[in-house]
Design a protein around this ligand. Structure first.
Ligand code: NAP
Length: 277
């Protein structure tokens, strides 16, 4: 595993296990298996409804708390009750602190929620705080009118939607680029068929998924991907024994289609839809 240091000095593994759309017994088993395969960053959210199962998997794993990096998110529908929601997350996850908590979406009372996160951060209950799905204008606004600069912005990022412009802005404000849906959430069937991805997979004797994940981690991003299959857990974490050359990185950079699939937080139709959640 490789690590990145966040803007407050906290170290985070650059590859983690995502738990969106995994629930119940399957969630306990998947997280337990992921921990067995060496994942230490676990990403969840209030909205995923699986924090209890993750807490159970962590308890069963016997991995010590200090080895883990637990990330959760407060949903925008709870921004007026942020402290209560975090208290519940702590109980469900069976821990007395969280490594990183994010505001899940830039909707509703997010200023109020951010100030509550700042309080919990100052009390040491949360080791780092960040945002998710924030466009750069909202992120800059939040930074200018608050005290703590977000440690990360978790945004949809994959080889077909690389967020290259956003990456520059994130760097400027020392906010780490945290990539979600790095495999396009399984919705972008042609991602693995792209000639340069296939070519690199052949050269390095890796799978197209491994090339996609390696490209992102090598682009100074923290990446989380989800799978319920043990073999894919092993595949996805086995990306630290090779390195793409600068020329290869540039070739993959050139296939960006800026194709946002999931995190369309700045599109009116999407925001209207989100208000029904
Ligand atoms: N902040 C946000 O708003 C937000 C939004 C979405 C996601 N996230 C976080 O980011 C995590 C990752 O994103 P995601 O789950 O949406 O999508 P993802 O990780 O890009 O893709 C998951 C899909 O890819 C498949 N897959 C996994 N490994 C594979 C491999 N090696 N080869 C081929 N297919 C593979 C999985 O299928 P199987 O499970 O069948 O293997 C699943 O269908 C989430 O779990 C969640 O923690 C955050």
């Amino acid at each position: 595993m490789e690590y990145k240091t966040l803007n407050n000095g906290i170290k985070i593994p650059v590859l983690g296990f995502g738990t969106f759309q995994i629930s119940g017994k399957q969630c306990v088993e998947s997280v337990l298996q992921a921990l067995k395969q060496g994942y230490r960053l676990i990403d969840t959210a209030e909205a995923y409804g699986n924090e209890k199962e993750i807490g159970e998997a962590i308890r069963l794993s016997n991995v010590s708390r200090k080895e883990l990096f637990i990330v959760s998110k407060v949903n925008f529908t709870s921004y007026e009750n942020t402290k209560e929601v975090i208290k519940q997350s702590l109980e469900h996850l069976q821990t007395d602190y969280l490594d990183l908590v994010l505001l899940h979406w830039p909707f509703g009372h997010y200023y109020q929620a951010w100030r509550d996160l700042e309080d919990l951060y100052n009390q040491g209950i949360i080791k780092a705080i960040g945002i998710s799905n924030f466009d750069m204008d909202r992120m800059i606004d939040l930074i200018h009118f608050n005290h703590v600069v977000p440690a990360v912005n978790q945004i949809e990022t994959h080889v077909l939607c690389q967020r290259q412009e956003e990456h520059q802005w994130l760097n400027k404000y020392q906010v780490a680029h945290f990539a979600y849906a790095p495999l396009g959430q399984g919705q972008l069937q042609d991602m693995f068929e792209i000639p340069i991805i296939q070519e690199l997979a052949l050269k390095y004797q890796k799978t197209p998924a491994q090339i996609c994940l390696r490209y992102l981690t090598q682009s100074d991003q923290i990446v989380i991907c989800k799978t319920i299959h043990e073999q894919r857990m092993i595949e996805n974490i086995s990306i630290f024994d090779f390195m793409l050359t600068e020329e290869e990185m540039n070739k993959v950079k050139a296939i960006d289609r800026k194709q946002i699939q999931i995190g369309k937080a700045n599109q009116p139709e999407f925001v209207e839809f989100a208000m029904t959640w």
